[in-house]
Write a protein that binds this ligand. Structure first.
Ligand SMILES: Nc1ccn([C@@H]2O[C@H](COP(=O)(O)OP(=O)(O)OP(=O)(O)O)[C@@H](O)[C@H]2O)c(=O)n1
Ligand SMILES: C[C@](O)(CO)[C@H](O)COP(=O)(O)O
Length: 254
């Protein structure tokens, strides 16, 4: 029994509830001119809808909080209302901020109290398979405080002295041992208190949520990622995403 003599969740035999925050407020500058990236179509369906469906495909995820472009929350809400999403999953839409970090924090602020596990998933990774989502959730349920899916690198990586003028040659400083490097994806999964504390405490600009936990000395573990969880960043990624969807349709016999 827990201190206040109420049965704990484990004693009641219930699983901790899991919510997903999907930052989708970016412009998609690297993708080129057009609508905000999350609203651009992949095979006729907005990228964000693919991403929400990918997370809602996990039976463990009972709430999805979408962080929309600051001036587009109403549009995103209608978009989600218009697309078939599983009945068992609730949805909230909140306006985002100027950086990914701020958008995630605004999503966390909107979470109701009764969620203990939080996933943070880029709308820009619309094709993550449900097995990857479930593996991240399971690792948190098993006791990890911060979990990231990741893949080994195919390229050798060099650390350089960045050029002052774009296009100038850059001196190489080091070649990190590739076998120890991983390319990190989302969803990243957290015990809620750990993630909220990290967002309240770390003020540096970081490129993922797990690195905030690392900065505070918290343990972060890696589980296997998936090649289809790649991030749509540049125009060529759209071609790859459409090809993945075409392959899935073939495999599903459509
Ligand atoms: N102010 C921001 C910036 C980014 N994101 C989200 O964070 C995820 C990862 O960001 P990235 O791929 O870099 O998206 P963009 O910022 O849109 O891309 P770019 O840097 O090319 O503009 C995306 O789902 C994006 O919508 C966000 O919610 N709020
Ligand atoms: C969170 C992330 O997708 C992990 O790889 C990545 O760091 C986001 O970076 P971006 O520059 O905001 O796309």
């Amino acid at each position: 029994m827990s201190d206040d003599s109420r049965p704990s969740r484990t004693e009641r035999g219930t699983e901790p509830r899991t919510a997903a925050v999907i930052p989708a407020a970016g412009r998609g500058v690297r993708l080129g001119p057009g609508a905000p990236k999350a609203l651009r179509a992949l095979n006729g369906t907005p990228m964000l809808v693919h991403a929400v469906r990918a997370l809602a495909a996990s039976r463990a995820v009972s709430l999805v909080v979408v962080v929309a472009p600051a001036d587009g929350a109403a549009e995103v809400k209608s978009l989600l209302d218009a697309h078939a999403l599983p009945d068992r999953t609730d949805f909230l839409v909140v306006p985002g901020g100027d950086s990914r970090q701020e958008s995630v924090r605004l999503g966390l602020d909107a979470l109701p109290p009764d969620y203990d596990i939080v996933l943070v998933h880029d709308a820009a990774r619309p094709l993550v398979p449900v097995d990857t989502v479930d593996a991240v959730i399971q690792a948190v349920r098993d006791g990890a405080r911060a979990v990231v899916p990741a893949l080994p690198l195919a390229d050798t990586v060099k650390e350089v002295e960045p050029a002052r003028v774009s296009g100038d040659p850059e001196p190489v400083l080091a070649t990190p041992e590739r076998a120890r490097l991983r390319a990190v994806q989302t969803p990243q999964g957290f015990d809620r208190a750990t993630l909220v504390h990290a967002h309240e405490t770390v003020t540096d600009n970081v490129t993922d949520d797990a690195s905030m936990v690392e900065q505070l000395g918290g343990p972060v573990v890696v589980v296997p990622g998936h090649e289809e969880a790649f991030k749509v960043t540049r125009p060529l990624d759209l071609v790859l995403a459409e090809a993945v969807l075409a392959r899935r349709r073939l495999n599903d016999g459509f």
